[in-house]
Design a binder for this molecule. Structure first.
Ligand code: HT7
Ligand code: ZN
Length: 877
């Protein structure tokens, strides 16, 4: 497979203005497409028409009503070429496709008993011959014909304009007048139940909201429906954006490669992001549903009304939509804690990607397989980049600039540059240097040193920035990094800021400032400081950077107690814990027992004593250790045994320091009433779960008793799963009985069973690989269903460090074996599973060799999907 380059973009030679399509569903499916084609006047005339099309059999082709013979065109594995065309013409093709045997889940495919589509990024070319690129936008008319009893519901984008039935068959025609790229096309055929509600827009228009789910699941859409209404109201209130069609449809699908898809007016969702009720969904499920429903809804403007010129611009729609989703989500109640969760996830997943052979800029320069670029860098780092521009412009100017962008480019396919230039023009801010965030890969590192001159009463900070080399990029330029900071005096009070510096400074309040770092080195002087202050840096995580703090341990303890910014307060605690874990890791590698400061235990025990406080969700975050992956991320050479050992030793130490208080806290955090999903109740349950995690280390027998009772009494899935999670790594009868009981109770519910599978795949046990094989024999498991595969194999690769990195290499072999098997079915899925091996160079020599050998075995197996080929070849290069 050959890479495509951003620099090679050229406008299309032809446009398709309208497509009239008939999809006739039977044993196989016949697709007839009538395309209204126009030559692009800005391109040279006489160019061939090169339509994309894969995995289909061509039945006939007509140009302006005349059948073409084989001499008039050329069909190849990737499409169809017609050497010359009039400036305007109509082309009719008829093809046969086979959705029932489409295991890749792109194009038209079968999920359970329904047929559905997934066209982003390049799935439409599996449905019919077409110019499958986002800058070709057409109005769509779609007629679906099918058997009436098997497929009573037939859906596509837009409005239904005609329907009829004859005998066992029926048909319906949908019309979507808004021109759209074909990646936003959708079609669904099946026997589905419909749940309907109405939303009245700010201007008083009624919009029908329709959820389509399997029969029996009707009552499980309530939360998704409420979330949709909340998202619609939020977009009106914050961005002044009102929904533009009369119907908004959501279909829940069980076999789905990602979370959801924002097709115009007809969203398709992985059913795990729609279905929920208290007995089967956890707090986190409820939150994810709200987030994903919001995300897809927000795409209606950022993505659909204004779309992409080409796939290199993917982050244009995804990062802005993730940013909007995150703002919406924070407004729904969890606020700063939501932000902390995002940062944890960024550090856990995106920072490693940015330091890997797959590192790429937020706007990639090249790709072999576009589906491999739906990455944490494009999505999550991209959202941080948008967030920095929000910080630089300020909220009101940012929202206004986004509104201008949406108006200016409505109905067009545009670029990231168009967006940034609009923000710049609208706000008057210079974003020239800032654009480097889109082109330079790698996580910038800030190294801060401090100096206090008691005689002169001057406190000084020197901040150096460095952007590491990444594949294909060396010697990078300094970035424009917005750094938000404040100072605390020795009693912990915020200090009025007076900063002397060559850098631009924007005051945000009397005690907080935004400093624009633009140079490799920046000096900040704070005069008139009678005593040495403690600086609170990177407040709110104002930039996605790694920060080497100047603080000693006592400063960090001080910030944990006093910082007024919840993010920086949490991060000070995380830095303390991380330093302790790294010292333990070093000790273990040197053959010594880890030792920890008493002060560490005191600070975290003192935190536990505030367990009755208002912000229990924040406290839960403060008490949670930096994960093993994040600890490993700090090391030049990773020895997984030492990392896991250090993590466990630290957990054991803190649990010991908290001691009996843990039991008192657990008791005090027991629920007082029926299950509710408000922010306060979620915070209480999160804190209780964190306490249970320490209890498992402090007193496993007592914990087993608590788990048993909690499981027995639970009226909701959060408490039920909380009990199973807490006991997951403690072998014994209680664990086995609870897991067995759970399986009996829930074996019919595949989404709930995913939780059961996931916990077992992440359990720390010597026989984990045998257990994984057993789980894959369970009747609910199928290699064809991505949710099941992610629950067993995906969870193992991401959250089972000791299992994956077994020194005999069996964990790696397991991953490689299944990657190869799954690759025959679904390249998108196999490419994601293999990513746990791609950073083999960072491991100690023995593991390095074992991981590399498995990657080479995969490479040599041949006949790989382009997805897997790209990941494996880049990681071995
Ligand atoms: N825009 C969507 C991206 C996507 C996708 C969704 C489902 C299945 C396969 C997919 N490939 C790409 C999802 C989103 O960001 O909203
Ligand atoms: Zn998206």
């Amino acid at each position: 497979p050959q890479p495509k380059y951003r620099k090679d973009y050229t406008a299309p030679d032809y446009f398709i203005r309208h497509i009239d399509m008939t999809v006739d569903i039977g044993e196989t499916t016949e697709v007839e497409a009538l395309l209204d084609i126009e030559r692009n006047p800005d391109r040279p005339s006489g160019q061939p028409l090169q339509l994309d099309g894969e995995n289909m059999k061509l039945l006939s082709i007509e140009l302006d009503g005349k059948f073409l013979t084989e001499a008039d065109f050329e069909v190849h594995a990737k499409g169809l070429n017609i050497p010359s065309l009039p400036d305007r013409c109509q082309l009719r093709t008829r093809v046969v496709i086979d959705p029932h045997n489409n295991t890749a889940l792109e194009g038209l495919y079968r999920s359970g008993d329904i047929l559905c589509t997934q066209c982003e990024a390049e799935g439409f070319r599996h449905i019919t011959y077409y110019l499958d690129r986002p800058d070709v936008m057409a109005s769509f008319r779609t007629t679906i014909k099918a058997d009436r009893s098997t497929y009573p519901v037939l859906l596509s984008n837009g409005n239904p304009i005609a329907e009829d039935a004859e005998g066992d068959r029926h048909w319906i025609t949908w019309d979507d007048p808004h021109p759209k790229p074909c990646y936003l096309f959708a079609l669904v055929a099946g026997d589905l139940a419909r749940v309907e509600d109405t939303y009245t827009t700010a201007s008083g228009r009624d919009v029908a909201l329709r959820f389509y789910v399997d029969h029996g699941n009707e009552s499980r859409c309530t939360h998704a429906m409420q979330s949709l209404k909340a998202a619609m109201a939020w977009d009106e209130r914050v961005y002044g954006l009102e929904y533009d069609l009369d119907v908004y449809m959501v279909v829940a699908v069980s076999a789905f490669n990602m979370g959801a898809m924002e097709n115009k007016g007809l969203n398709l969702f992985n059913d795990r992001f729609v279905l929920a009720d208290d007995t089967s969904a956890t707090d986190e499920d409820y939150i994810h549903i709200e987030d994903v429903i919001g995300h897809e809804y927000f795409h209606n403007y950022t993505g659909n009304r204004v779309t992409l010129r080409d796939w290199f611009q993917l982050s244009l729609k995804e990062s802005l939509t993730v940013f909007r989703e995150q703002s919406f989500s924070a407004d729904q109640g969890l606020g700063a804690v939501k932000r902390i969760g995002e940062v944890r996830q960024l550090r856990r997943v995106q920072f490693p990607e940015d330091a890997s052979p797959m590192a790429h800029p937020v706007r990639p320069e090249s790709y072999i397989e576009m589906n491999n670029f739906y990455t944490p860098t494009v999505y999550e780092k991209g959202a941080q980049v948008i967030g920095m521009m929000h910080t630089i412009l300020g909220d009101a100017a940012f929202v206004h600039a986004v509104q201008e962008y949406l108006e200016k480019f409505d109905g067009q396919a545009v670029t990231i540059e168009d967006f940034v230039a609009t923000l710049e023009q609208s706000s008057g801010q210079d974003l020239q240097q800032f654009r480097l965030w889109y082109s330079q890969a790698g996580t910038p590192r800030l190294t801060v040193t401090e100096h206090y001159d008691a005689d002169a009463q001057v406190y000084e900070l020197v901040i150096k920035q460095h952007v590491p080399d990444t594949p294909g990029q060396k010697n990078k330029q300094p970035m424009h990094i917005p750094l938000v900071l404040g100072l605390l005096d020795d009693s912990g009070q915020p200090v009025s800021l007076d900063i002397e510096t060559a850098a631009e400074v924007t005051p945000q309040s009397p005690t907080q400032a935004l400093v624009h770092l633009r140079e490799t080195e920046t000096t900040l002087r704070f005069p008139n400081r009678p005593s040495r202050p403690v600086v609170s840096l990177l407040r709110g995580f104002s930039a996605p950077v790694k920060l080497d703090l100047p603080h000693d341990k006592s400063d960090l303890h001080f910030l944990v107690r006093h910082d007024v910014d919840p993010f920086s307060r949490w991060d000070a605690g995380q830095t303390l814990l991380l330093r302790a874990a790294l010292e333990a890791e070093q000790a273990l590698r040197a053959g010594n027992a880890p030792a920890f400061d008493e002060a560490l235990g005191e600070t975290f025990s003192a935190l536990l004593e505030t367990a009755g406080s208002d912000d229990q969700a924040l406290l839960a975050e403060m008490l949670a250790l930096p994960g093993e992956t994040y600890i490993a991320e700090q090391l030049d050479v990773v020895d997984p045994d030492a990392v896991v050992g250090a993590y466990q030793a630290l957990r054991q130490y803190l649990a010991g320091a908290m001691g009996e208080h843990l039991k008192a806290a657990y008791e005090a955090l027991r629920p007082g009433g029926a299950y509710r999903i408000d922010a306060g109740s979620i915070g209480r349950r999160r804190l209780q779960r964190q306490v249970m995690d320490y209890l498992a280390a402090y007193d496993p027998d007592a914990l087993a008793g608590y788990c048993w009772q909690q499981y027995d009494k639970a009226d909701n899935m959060t408490d039920t799963i909380g009990a199973l999670a807490a006991i997951n790594d403690l072998p014994g009868d209680t664990r086995e009985q609870l897991f067995a009981d759970f399986e009996q109770r829930w074996r019919e519910n595949h989404l709930v069973m995913d939780k059961w599978l996931r916990l077992q795949s992440t359990a720390r046990r010597d026989d984990i690989l045998e257990r994984l094989e057993q789980l894959m024999q369970h009747p609910i498991f199928s290699l064809r269903n991505p949710n099941r595969v992610r629950a067993v194999i995906g969870a193992f690769t991401v959250d089972n460090m000791p299992g994956l990195h077994r020194i005999d290499g069996s964990g790696y072999r397991f991953v490689a074996d299944y990657t190869l098997k799954i690759d025959q079915l679904n390249g998108q899925l196999s490419a994601r599973l293999v990513s746990c091996l791609t950073r083999w160079r960072r491991y100690e020599p023995q593991r390095r060799q074992l991981m590399r050998a498995e990657l080479e075995r995969i490479q040599q197996a041949g006949n790989l999907s382009s997805n897997l080929y790209e990941i494996v070849s880049k990681s071995l290069a």
